[in-house]
Design a protein around this ligand. Structure first.
Ligand SMILES: *Cc1c(COP(=O)(O)O)cnc(C)c1O
Length: 215
């Protein structure tokens, strides 16, 4: 176990009440999650559906589970009964499927739209034009789009990272979706969370700084 409790406490200090911390526990064992849970951490993030389903079944029910990975439509049904927030929604089809599964579970599921801000081709998400052209969301009564999520380039060029966050913040401020209230801006990971906070993030997704490096 390599939980870094002092870095957990130092991150919380920096957040104060400006932002929510989601502890990204992907690939880490249940015992590690319990350590942070017992310190009061209740928001955890996972990337893989099966892993999330297994962990949810074996951990306290008041954990708020964030799905932060790339979600395939055919797997939405497994997390729909309990997921707290789905971060990486990147297509209208996926929104429709989440809406359908939320309805089956008699829930309203909160979602973040993922925006492509990095220059890497591998990162998923909408670009600004696609967001402005999204239509048909108003009919989806069992989802609420509550904000945006983005990942900056994996780069040593801090100004570039900062500019990508600025770009996302700018989209966040201007985007309007009828019947949806966008209040959450999910940006910042272990390597860039301080810049993200300076640029207006109010939700950080931090893994390795808390749980140690992943294999
Ligand atoms: C893994 C992951 C994180 C956490 O990454 P760290 O660098 O370990 O903090 C945050 N967001 C997403 C989408 C991830 O996949």
């Amino acid at each position: 176990m390599s939980i870094n409790i002092s870095s957990y406490q130092s991150i919380l200090q920096q957040l104060k009440d400006k932002a929510t911390l989601v502890a990204v526990s992907k690939t880490k064992p249940i015992e590690d999650i319990e350590v942070l849970y017992n310190l009061g951490q209740h928001d955890f993030g996972e990337n893989y559906v099966q892993e999330l389903v297994d962990k949810e079944a074996n951990l306290p029910k008041d954990i708020r589970w964030h799905f932060i990975g790339h979600l395939q439509s055919n797997k939405v049904k497994y997390i729909a009964p309990f997921v707290h927030l789905i971060h990486g929604v990147d297509s209208l089809n996926l929104l429709k499927e989440i809406n359908k599964q939320a309805l089956k579970n008699n829930r309203i599921i909160h979602c973040l739209l993922q925006v492509h801000i990095a220059d890497e081709a591998t990162k998923f998400g909408f670009d600004a034009n696609e967001l402005n052209q999204l239509t048909g969301i108003e009919e989806l009564k069992n989802i609420q789009i509550v904000g945006l999520m983005g990942m900056a380039s994996f780069s040593d060029d801090l100004q570039k990272v900062r500019n990508e966050f600025k770009h996302l913040k700018n989209i966040f401020h201007h985007l309007q979706i009828p019947n949806h209230n966008l209040t959450i801006l999910s940006m910042g990971m272990s390597g860039d969370y301080q810049i993200a906070l300076e640029e207006g993030s109010n939700l950080l997704r931090i893994g390795s700084l808390l749980f140690g490096a992943r294999n």
